[in-house]
Design a protein around this ligand. Structure first.
Ligand code: URA
Length: 464
């Protein structure tokens, strides 16, 4: 059985749909539902929907939602309950619907230096995929796609959903930020989870991601699940469990899904910071990007091309993706997307049009050796401390600051050689010197011999 809300979930030809709660407040009580989950029992579709609709309309208090979240965190949700929760959160707001099976998006669980969206979305669109990308802002040590693209002067990340849909259909690609009307229940729930120790729950993460992704109307999704020191899912078993839960939920909603578990034990590519990452993305679209970033981007784009039915296999999708870099068509789509969304498209050929910090400080290695470990999270936080991310929601981002690595794990380093460059403002010299100390002391570790095992870039690919 696939969970359906008033049979609207699979209805076509509707641009943006808002469904109303189907509530029966006499039948349930919040404390009854919380107690049921507290005692390890399964919740029904109606109970979950009643609770989430109550949260959205303000009838359920934050403390009641928090109690249910903790009960779910401890006792879990099965596949059905996870789908019911996803459905309830999805229909707490607007839902965009597209016709056809060639509308594919990608979602990443987030990492440091992860700018693959700017590369794979234009690649996929250049290969005939329709890409509706509703992305997030920076969270903690990880940067956000929306913040990064806003380094391009004039780029509008807030568009009405109707315009967003038109753009995807006509141009093949649109990139906007979360709107207030997409899965508003997730917004409330995520804020509560963040401060109540209930973030790291597979069913809650699944419902959170899937409710937002299903609301944007894609027929299929490629999920990049990061694992490693800089990732949300720090171990491979945890990443596998999340991948399975996401695939199970996707198939209950009749969506195709490819999950890729990829490495986040060091930043993806070399650049960390908003403008710096845009430059690296454009270079990658020109075919001159770092190897790991190029590889991940074509793998993910290849998956999107395949799921959209534009290639017979994932391998054939990857070949098409590579061709779109070589023939310049992906870069053209990126430039057109900037123009279509009101941005300064000339940045593509002139990086000086991007905000860029004037001062560059080189962190030098204090001894010789091989890079054996990189503390991804610490590097992400250095970028935040320079102003490249937010400590609190109201903080303003400095698009021009950041870090650029010159070495990656396994590389040989001579004493005095540059490990990374810090792009900063004049007034930040003291902070930069502290960053230098932290990097040499603990954030980048050197070993006397070359590390024997290097982690694979892609651990596992599965689809349904
Ligand atoms: N990303 C989301 O959107 N939600 C989560 O719960 C975790 C990561």
């Amino acid at each position: 059985m696939k969970p359906k809300r008033n049979n609207t979930m699979t209805k076509k030809k509707v641009a943006v749909k808002k469904t109303q709660a189907d509530q029966n407040p006499m039948r349930f009580t919040a404390s009854g539902i919380i107690s049921k989950k507290r005692d390890g029992k399964k919740l029904t579709n109606d109970e979950i929907r009643w609770f989430i609709d109550g949260l959205t309309s303000g009838q359920i208090a934050d403390y009641q939602m928090t109690a249910l979240l903790m009960a779910i965190f401890i006792n879990g949700l099965d596949k059905k309950e996870t789908a019911y929760l996803t459905d309830a959160m999805l229909y707490s707001g607007d839902v965009v619907e597209f016709e056809g099976r060639d509308v594919i998006d990608k979602h990443s669980t987030g990492g440091v230096g992860d700018k693959a969206s700017f590369i794979l979305a234009p690649i996929a669109a250049a290969c005939g995929v329709k890409v509706p990308m509703i992305a997030g802002r920076g969270l903690g040590h990880t940067g956000g796609t929306v913040d990064k693209i806003e380094s391009v002067k004039g780029f509008k990340t807030e568009l009405p959903l109707k315009k967003f849909k038109e753009m995807v259909e006509k141009e093949g690609l649109s990139l906007i930020g979360q709107t207030k009307t997409i899965a508003p229940a997730d917004k409330k729930i995520y804020a509560l989870r963040d401060v109540t120790g209930t973030v790291e729950s597979i069913p809650l993460i699944t419902a959170s991601i899937m409710s937002k992704k299903l609301a944007e109307g894609a027929s299929g999704l490629v999920m990049d699940i990061k694992t490693g020191s800089g990732a949300f899912m720090s171990t491979l078993p945890k990443a596998r469990a999340l991948a399975k839960s996401l695939r199970d939920t996707a198939s209950r909603f009749d969506k195709s899904m490819m999950t890729m578990i990829t490495d986040m034990n060091q930043p993806l590519g070399l650049a960390i910071g908003n403008s710096l990452e845009i430059v690296e993305s454009i270079e990658t679209l020109r075919g001159k990007g770092p190897k790991d970033l190029t590889e991940i981007s074509v793998q993910l784009a290849g998956g999107m091309i395949y799921l959209a039915g534009k290639a017979k296999s994932h391998k054939a999708g990857i070949a098409k993706a590579k061709k779109s870099i070589k023939d310049g068509s992906a870069l053209k789509v990126f430039k057109d997307m900037i123009k279509n969304q009101g941005g300064d498209e000339l940045v593509v050929d002139d990086y000086s049009r991007l905000p860029m910090a004037k001062e560059v400080y080189e962190v030098k290695a204090q001894k010789a050796g091989y890079i054996s470990q990189v503390n991804c999270k610490a590097l992400g936080l250095h970028c935040v401390s320079l102003g490249g991310g937010r400590m609190k929601a109201s903080d303003k981002i400095d698009f021009g600051v950041g870090l650029v690595l010159t070495k990656k794990i396994g590389d040989k380093v001579k004493k005095g050689e540059t490990l990374l460059k810090v792009y900063h403002n004049k007034s930040q010299l003291k902070l930069v010197e502290q960053i230098d100390v932290a990097i040499n002391k603990s954030d980048i570790k050197l070993s006397a011999t070359k590390p024997k095992t290097t982690k694979p870039l892609v651990y596992e690919i599965k689809e349904n």
